[in-house]
Design a protein around this ligand. Structure first.
Ligand SMILES: [Zn+2]
Length: 418
């Protein structure tokens, strides 16, 4: 289900709109935010020189540190009397950052969350239980406004216990659940334990976000609660939830490009990467009034896909975020992410295994990695020859795919602590 005509604009029209809005926001921040004026002046760029989307690449990045040193109001592009709401980031990666919204910002956010919920299949017929924390963090209110905009019936229950959530679901015939995936998993486990048959619940869809969740968690939630589970992405600095969402195809998250320009860069060099390559997501907000962000490094790893989606949306899709750049290590100029190793090991073994990665250094410089992989309980420790063969195979495949020296050691089950 597609909520807005902006989601199906032809590419050239989307890009034309992005350029117009980009130029407007650059002028606005240059005029109103001392930080950006200094940033542009020092880089020798005036907003008028940005005449194509490619030119955006000339502007220096901003990041969380930028926001931190300009707390609380240094990055605001409007005076406080024009700001109607303050929220903060969750603080999971450092001190919370305060962000502000104008009336128009709240209106746009509401529309974006209506789009997100509608894409997940939520309509005015639905009863939406919102189990995000209502408070400074952006999750709950984003979903709340979006669901009301669609005309759904909202239950603003916030973070009650999983048992209470299930009770409400049963009594009020909740059809849609919005919360973090880890909390959805707790709810699913509660349903499983309590012996409530999923058929006793009316639940049919879940829309989850605010933390990474692997496909295995999605399957567990879907199978236990008999629902379809949709991934929704956003971050409070940028707007909150409502940056991108999966459609029913679940083949990447459609980015709302009439409000955000997405780039993917190599996190160590800052170079823009071509579509399909994994790197750090950089977002520029092109409609926000109170707290615009230019080339903001999200720290989230993803890749972009501009191929047409069968759902009919024309917007670029980002792959699901499973990891942050904080977990990346650089060995001999190659960016290595634990998620790559996890994927390669799973391909070799046909199942996920626990592992840890240790840097091998020579005179303090990383020269390679050693990967410790837990044996599954099915392996026999006394079959030394087989184990050595497996180690050797893992080493070969990892070296081949990563392009750096790798050593592999199989270790006892349950000897690695997450
Ligand atoms: Zn789609």
């Amino acid at each position: 289900m597609i909520w807005s005509e902006y989601e199906t604009l032809p590419r050239e029209e989307i890009e034309q709109l992005q350029l117009e809005r980009l130029q407007a926001v650059l002028n606005r921040v240059y005029r109103n935010v001392g930080f950006y004026r200094r940033l542009f002046d020092e880089a020798g760029i005036s907003p008028e020189e940005i005449t194509s989307l490619d030119d955006l690449g000339r502007i220096p990045f901003t990041d969380r540190e930028t926001l931190r040193v300009n707390q609380p109001y240094g990055m605001f592009a409007l005076p406080l009397r024009e700001v109607v709401r303050l929220q903060t980031t969750s603080g999971t990666t450092g001190e919370p950052i305060v962000v502000g919204y104008s009336n128009n910002d709240v209106e746009h956010w509401t529309e974006l969350m209506a789009r997100s919920l509608y894409a997940a299949g939520v309509s005015k017929e639905d009863v939406v239980q919102i189990a995000f924390d209502y408070g400074l963090f952006t999750g709950a209110l984003g979903f709340h406004y979006g669901a009301e905009r669609i005309g759904a019936t909202v239950i603003p229950c916030s973070r009650l216990s999983p048992e209470k959530q299930v009770e409400l679901m049963r009594n009020y015939k909740t059809t849609a659940l919005a919360c973090t995936p880890s909390f959805a998993l707790q709810i699913a486990e509660t349903v499983e334990r309590s012996g409530v048959a999923p058929a006793e619940l009316s639940l049919r869809v879940g829309i989850f976000g605010a933390e990474p969740w692997p496909e295995s968690v999605r399957e567990k939630i879907e199978d236990t609660l008999h629902i379809t589970a949709i991934d929704c992405y956003g971050l409070s600095e940028v707007i909150g939830p409502g940056v991108s969402v999966e459609c029913e195809r679940k083949n990447g998250l459609h980015i709302f490009e009439d409000h955000f320009i997405a780039e993917v860069i190599d996190p160590s060099t800052g170079e823009r990467l071509p579509d399909g390559q994994m790197g750090e997501l950089v977002l520029t907000t092109i409609t926000k009034e109170a707290f615009p962000l230019i080339r903001y490094r999200t720290g989230d790893l993803t890749s972009l896909d501009r191929s047409p989606c069968p759902c009919g949306r024309m917007t670029v899709r980002m792959s699901r975020v499973m990891e942050r750049t904080d977990n990346m290590v650089v060995v001999r100029g190659v960016n290595i992410f634990p998620s790559q190793i996890e994927r390669i090991l799973a391909e070799i073994q046909g199942e996920k295994s626990r592992f840890e990665m240790v840097l091998l250094k020579s005179e303090g410089v990383p020269e390679g990695i050693e990967v410790h992989v837990e044996m599954s309980s099915g392996m026999f420790v006394d079959e030394v020859r087989k184990l050595m063969e497996l180690e050797e195979r893992m080493r070969e495949v990892l070296e081949g795919e990563l392009g750096i020296p790798v050593q592999v050691k199989l270790v006892e089950p349950r000897s690695i602590h997450a």
